[in-house]
Design a protein around this ligand. Structure first.
Ligand code: PEP
Ligand code: MN
Length: 343
C-alpha cells in the first residue's frame, strides 16, 4: 500500500503517518514527488485496511499496490526519478553518456581513454577495477591499484567515475572512488551485494542479468530501494537468447516497458548488448530512439590490445562520430546530449 499525502500536508502530518506505519509493525518509505509526497509501506504480509490512514490529517488516499515492485513502480512515484551525480543529473531531459574501457589496464590507457571521453563532451568515465570474468584465467582487473588510478584520473580531469563493485568485501573501497557504483549482470541477484549497496546513498547502476526478466530486474532494484538508497538506475545490456551471431540480444523492448512501469532511469549498453564494435553505434542510436536515459559505451584507445572486451570497444574516432549522431537522434526524440568540448 502507499499513502498519498495532500499537497498541503505538513511535516507533522507526514511524520504521524510514518509513526502509525511503524506502530503497525511495518516499514514506511517516504517518496517525495514533484506535486506531493507518498509514503510506501513494506513489510506487511496481508492487506492493510486503507481507513487506518484515510482518516488521518493530511492524507489524500491510501492505495493498495498490486505489483511486487512497490518502490520501483510508478504507482508509488509517478514522476521520473532524477539522480544528481554531483551536479550532473541522470534521468532528466539530457541523456547521460558513460564511456570508457571495459577495464582499467594501465595509467597510460586510462588517461588516454579519459581524454577521448572528455573531448567528446562526455562527463562519465567508466572502467572496471574489479572484473567478474567468465573464466578464472582471464584478466581479473587491476583491483585496488585500478581504483587508485580511477581516483587519480577523477581528480585530474573532473570526470565522474562509474566502476563495478564485484562483492560485498570490496564495495566500500569501490564506493569511495565511484560516483556511480555499477552492479554487473552476473551480480544482479547477489542479494547481499544489493543490500549493502542499499545501505549506501551513492548512485547505483544495476545491470540486467543475462537471463533475468524485466520484473526480476525491478525486484533486484527493489532490494536497494527498500534499504533507503533511492539513487538507482537500471541498465539494459542484452540478454541470452538462441542467437549465436551476437554476444547477447539487446532487448530494446525493455526500454519503453521499463519507462512505463518504473520511474527509475534506464541506461542502454549496446556494447555488451551486441558484442561487436561495428554494431555498437547502430544499437546505441536505436537505444536513444527507444527512450533510454543514457548510453554506456565501451571505448578503448587501442582496442586490439585490450585485456577485456576489445572486440566491442570503439576506437576514438568512431566514438566521436557516434556522439555526433546520437545528438541528432536525441534531438529527434526531444532529448539532449552534452556538447563536444571545442577549445
Ligand atoms: C562491464 O560493464 O564491463 C560488464 C562486465 O558488464 P556486464 O555486467 O553487463 O556483463
Ligand atoms: Mn565490458
Amino acid at each position: 500500500m502507499f499513502v498519498v499525502m495532500k499537497r498541503d500536508a505538513t511535516r507533522d502530518d507526514i511524520q504521524h503517518v510514518k509513526e502509525k506505519i511503524v506502530s503497525l509493525g511495518f516499514i514506511p518509505h517516504e517518496v517525495a514527488g514533484v506535486q506531493r509526497t507518498a509514503i510506501a509501506i513494506t513489510g506487511n504480509r496481508g492487506r492493510i485496511n486503507p481507513e487506518l490512514f484515510t482518516v488521518m490529517s493530511g492524507v489524500e488516499d491510501a492505495i493498495p499496490v498490486s505489483k511486487p515492485y512497490k518502490l520501483a513502480g510508478r504507482d508509488t512515484k509517478p514522476d521520473n526519478t532524477e539522480i544528481d551525480v554531483s551536479g550532473d543529473v541522470i534521468g532528466g531531459r539530457e541523456l547521460a553518456v558513460i564511456a570508457g574501457p571495459c577495464a582499467v589496464e594501465s595509467r597510460e590507457q586510462l588517461f588516454a581513454a579519459a581524454e577521448i571521453v572528455r573531448d567528446a563532451g562526455v562527463r562519465f568515465l567508466r572502467g572496471g577495477a574489479f572484473k567478474p570474468r567468465t573464466s578464472p584465467y582471464a584478466f581479473q582487473g587491476m583491483k585496488e591499484e585500478g581504483l587508485a588510478l580511477l581516483r587519480e584520473v577523477k581528480d585530474r580531469t573532473g570526470l565522474k567515475i562509474v566502476t563495478e563493485a564485484k562483492d560485498v568485501a570490496t564495495l566500500p573501497a569501490v564506493a569511495d572512488v565511484a560516483d556511480v557504483i555499477q552492479i554487473g549482470a552476473r551480480n544482479m541477484q547477489n542479494y547481499s551485494l544489493l543490500e549493502a549497496a542499499g545501505d549506501l546513498r551513492k548512485p547505483v547502476m544495476l545491470k540486467r542479468g543475462v537471463s533475468a526478466t524485466i520484473e526480476e530486474l525491478l525486484m533486484s532494484a527493489e532490494y536497494i530501494l527498500a534499504r533507503g538508497n533511492l539513487n538507482v538506475m537500471l541498465c539494459e545490456r542484452g540478454i541470452r537468447t538462441f542467437e549465436p551471431y551476437t554476444r547477447n540480444t539487446l532487448d530494446l523492448n525493455a526500454i519503453p516497458v521499463i519507462k512505463k512501469i518504473s520511474h527509475l532511469p534506464i541506461i542502454v549498453d549496446p556494447s555488451h548488448g551486441i558484442g561487436m564494435w561495428d554494431g555498437v553505434s547502430a544499437m546505441a542510436l536505436a537505444g536513444v530512439a527507444a527512450g533510454a536515459d543514457g548510453l554506456l559505451i565501451e571505448v578503448h584507445p587501442n582496442p586490439e590490445s585490450a585485456l577485456s572486451d576489445g572486440a566491442q570497444a570503439l576506437k576514438p574516432e568512431r566514438f566521436r562520430e557516434l556522439m555526433e549522431r546520437a545528438r541528432m537522434v536525441a534531438a529527434a526524440v526531444d532529448r539532449t546530449i552534452s556538447a563536444e568540448v571545442t577549445e
